[in-house]
Structure formats: C-alpha cells, structure tokens
Design a protein. Sequence first.
Length: 316
Amino acid sequence: MATAPSHPGTRPFAELLLDFLAYLELERGLSRNTLDAYRSDLMQYGAFLERERTGALDADHRRLTKFITTLASGGPDRPAVAPATIQRKVACLRSFYRHLRREDMLDHDPTAELRAPKRSQRLPQVLARHEVQALLAAPRGTEPGALRDRALLELMYACGLRASEAVGLDVSDVDVGTGVLRAHGKGSKERLVPIGRQAVAAVKTYLQRGRPRLVEAGNEESRLFVNRRGTGLTRQGLYKIVQRHARTAGLEGKMSPHTLRHTFATHLLAGGCDLRSLQEMLGHADIATTQIYTHLSAERLKESYFEAHPRATASS
C-alpha cells in the first residue's frame, strides 16, 4: 500500500513561494515581468490564507473558492477584480499547486475543480489601414528622433512586436540585408520574423543617419533603439513615443503600443495568412491565444460588409 507524501503543514508560505519562483525562473525560464506577476498574485493569496488562519498545504477547494469569490465580489474598501485578472490568478494558483504536488508536498490538487468567472469576449483595439498610414506618417523630418520614431513604429507594425521586444532589440538582431528580425519573446524564447520593405527602408535610414547622431563615438550601446542620451530606450520611453504620434495622427485614446501588434495580426489574417504561421510570428506558445484574431478578422469583415453593401441595411 502506497504511503501518502509527507505533509509539512507548518512550512511557511514565504518559503513555498520562493521555491516556486525559483522553479519558474531556473527551470521554465520565465521573464522577470511574468515572475513579478506570479509573486504579486501569490502574495495576495498568502495574505488571504493568513486571515483565514490556515496554510497553503491545508487549503481545500472550498477555501480556494472563497478566495476567488472574495476577489470577484470586492468589498467596501476594495473594488471587484475584473474577470480577466481573476482568470490569471486562477492559472497562477493551479501552477503553484501542481508544483507542490510534483514536490510530493500534497497527494491531491485542490485547484482541480476551481473555476474562474468567464472572461468577457471584448476584442482588442485594431487600427484601420488608413489609421496605420496616418500613424506611420506622423514622425516627420530628418532629425535623429524622427528617424528613430519612424523606424520604431514601422518595425512594430511590420513584425507584430511586443513593447518589451521592441526596446530589447540589439542592432545585431535586425538583418536589413535579408529582411529578417530576431525577436526575444517571453521566457527567453527567440523567433525569426520577416520584415517588410518599408520597415527595412526606415530602419536603414535610422541606422545610417539617425542612430549615429544619438550614440556618441566610443559608446558601445548595443540596443537598436536609443534615447537622446544614447542609451537603450525604455518601455516608458516607447509608450511616450507611441502616444505622441497617436495624438498627431488623431488617434489619441484609441491605441497603445500593443495596438500595433493586434493590428499586425488582424491585417495578416485578413490578407490570407494561415493561423499557424501567424502563431509563429507572434511567438504564441498556444494557438488558442492566436485564434482571437480570427474572431477579430471576422468582425472587421462584417463591418466592411455592412458599410459597403447597398442592401445590407436597407429595410424591406
């Protein structure tokens, strides 16, 4: 008869959390941003367990459900948590308890039947083609900053880059000769993405006439996109650049840096790109994540149909 695993119920939650985060970083290679999100979610769960006077190894399905219900309902001193955020927290808890089982600290998984509220099917914001053209034309002139901004926006739209991927690019990651870019995605995963001709031209111009005027001679900065001090552009700096040119293009309040990634995906699908190829270019681990763009593309087609067809909205 098999013996049940040891149950060190007195082991501090902080110790369990540190072990789990070390596993995520060292064995799964998750990014710093993802690790921070896991830490934040689990610290919130740990505070709940403390209020309940119980430990992570003693918590059952009922207790976990209470935690999720508390988040969803909010309270007098805290707002209700959005369904999408709760789904992320549930996924975090499942991963945490799977790790505890792998380490033989539990003989069951209390998250096995845990359910999160259904996520609303709100589709991401996508720009129309004329809006993309207006945005890409917004950085005007031949000043180094304008050449950088034009290359940055062109490359983000041409390759569907995340903000962190764009600012993380080194000069050596972009091959303007072959028109291929090497993106460093989540979990240190690399992928190759083709670059369109207009983006290649913008990057060439920036490398020839913009970046050398921003990076002083002798400065060995490797980042492709740099600020006016000649050091690597930050995500905050990228956000300000995108918002500034969005205002110029009349798109204020309508977009974020991630909007260009959504737009890239939707325009490729509308142009006939297959889902598997799109998954590779976006760097999605699961094709289910990519499938939202099929819904988005269908919505755009419906909008175009009802705007263009003379009898689509005509009354009988």
